[in-house]
Design a protein around this ligand. Structure first.
Ligand SMILES: CC(=O)N[C@H]1[C@@H](OP(=O)(O)OP(=O)(O)OC[C@H]2O[C@@H](n3ccc(=O)[nH]c3=O)[C@H](O)[C@@H]2O)O[C@H](CO)[C@@H](O)[C@@H]1O
Ligand SMILES: C=C(OP(=O)(O)O)C(=O)O
Length: 420
């Protein structure tokens, strides 16, 4: 297993280009299954999760061609198999997003049950109940969700009793080809849901209320191929900003969008960062100062994202003062604090709350990554610690950060990958 070896203490300074979004690239790749001609996608990030989604499409017979500029053309008309097998689904929960599109387009789908993961149990009951409300028959058999519909799915009025990003995306995609109108209430408003909806509209879908918590989808008979460019990754953006804040540095991030992470930018300003933004760039400058600890509570968009919680916990670990971090979305997502404490952090866990009292310096140590954003927090901690940190199990970080060590080296970090 590859490891990252980091020697801490370097100030981070420089420019980085932000990649396309993993969390909108994945549902958009799933959405291609709805079309009746090829879809051309640009700005997909080169990440393990995207490779897994392409492998999943290919194993169903779907045509996937990657051009010299890393554009991806998906030809869904070549599909021969409506099964998403366990071997692929187990490595990436977002595989569940093919369920709605295949069922809506072909009337049958078999998708391995994704199960839980390190950050929590992550059920998919809201996805399944929504599809049933649209007329699907669903059985769980031998670890597979076996869904079928008698003819087209039917439009329905669906209230989701929790805000779920993946649930909203699955039902939105299914509704585009349903007969009649679907209303999705209490829908997730995350920018990635908006990006997916915009792509579906480019394919010919009729969706009203994009960006609000009520989506109204009038089903159409067919969707076409289109060319679509995936939005910038707001979590990669936030991670580089937070890393620079923890390291008292300065970064200029290009090809990103300040509007999609306002809650994060506000907290960084509260931590003492000077932030300037332009149409497609964000600059953060700590002017050499130590960050101030901030308190935060994760919640659905537009509030503070759970996917940025671990990185802020790492920043708080070296900040001035005490910050309280409350995680409300996933029950095990404060798991990284034990590794941070092994590096000398002072973090107390009380239920879903981490009370982080900043220390002057952390000490490098061998640490183990347990999930994607926890890994990012350990890399941040390693960069601000004294001495050497070895981050093990970095396959987690490769799911969500394109060229992580190259980008951090560009900012001056002393970080290298060793194959294991
Ligand atoms: C690929 C992708 O986009 N992943 C993101 C997506 O995950 P994902 O779509 O899996 O997360 P959800 O928004 O669905 O989960 C939010 C909460 O709802 C619960 N829930 C969800 C569905 C359901 O049927 N029943 C249920 O109880 C979950 O356990 C969790 O507590 O949104 C999360 C919340 O912003 C992010 O952390 C993930 O990075
Ligand atoms: C939790 C995440 O991803 P996933 O839903 O794919 O596990 C994430 O991107 O932080």
């Amino acid at each position: 297993m590859d490891k990252l070896i980091i020697t801490g203490g370097r100030q981070l300074s420089g420019e980085v280009r932000i990649s396309g979004s993993k969390n909108s690239g994945l549902p958009i790749l799933a959405a291609t299954l709805l079309a009746d001609s090829p879809v051309h996608l640009c700005n997909l990030p080169h990440l393990n999760d995207i490779t897994t989604m392409l492998a999943l499409l290919r194993c169903m017979g779907v045509g996937v061609t990657i051009d010299e500029k890393m554009g991806v053309e998906v030809d869904p008309t070549m599909i021969t198999d409506f099964t998403a097998p366990y071997d692929l689904v187990k490595t990436m929960r977002a595989s569940i997003l093919v369920l709605g599109p295949i069922l809506a387009r072909h009337g049958v789908a078999n998708v391995s049950f994704p199960g839980g993961c390190a950050i929590g149990s992550r059920p998919v009951d809201i996805h399944l109940r929504g599809l049933e409300a649209m007329g699907a028959e669903i059985q769980v058999d031998e670890g597979y969700i076996r869904a079928k519909s008698n003819g087209r799915l039917k439009g329905a009025h669906i209230f989701m009793d929790m805000v779920t990003v993946g649930g909203t995306e699955n039902l939105l995609m299914a509704a585009t080809l349903a007969e009649g109108t679907t209303i999705l209430e209490n829908a997730a408003r995350e920018p990635e849901v908006v990006d997916l909806a915009n792509c579906l509209v480019a394919m010919g879908a009729d969706i009203k209320g994009i960006g609000s918590d009520t989506l109204t989808i009038r089903g159409v008979d067919k969707l076409n191929g289109c060319t679509y460019s995936v939005m910038p990754d707001r979590i990669e953006t936030g991670t580089f900003l937070t890393a620079a804040a923890a390291a008292r540095g300065r970064v200029l991030l290009k090809d990103t969008d300040a509007h999609i992470l306002e809650a994060v930018l506000l907290k960084l300003e509260e931590a003492g960062a000077h932030i300037n933004t332009g149409p497609d760039w964000i600059e953060l400058d700590m002017k050499g100062n130590r960050p101030k600890a901030v308190s935060l509570k994760t919640a659905p968009y537009p509030a503070f994202p759970t996917d940025m919680q671990a990185q802020f916990t790492a920043m708080n670990a070296v900040a001035e003062g005490t910050g309280t971090v409350i995680e409300t979305i996933f029950e095990n997502r404060l798991i990284q604090i034990h590794e941070l404490n092994r590096m000398g952090a002072n973090i107390k866990l009380e239920g879903n709350t981490a009370i982080v009292t900043g220390v002057e310096t952390l000490k490098g140590a061998p640490v183990m990554a347990s999930d994607l954003r926890a890994s990012a927090s350990l890399v941040i901690a390693g960069m601000v610690a004294q001495g050497e940190t070895i981050v093990d199990r970095i396959y987690h970080i490769d799911r969500g950060y394109e060229c992580i060590e190259e980008k951090l080296q560009q900012l001056g970090a002393n970080i290298r990958r060793v194959p294991g």
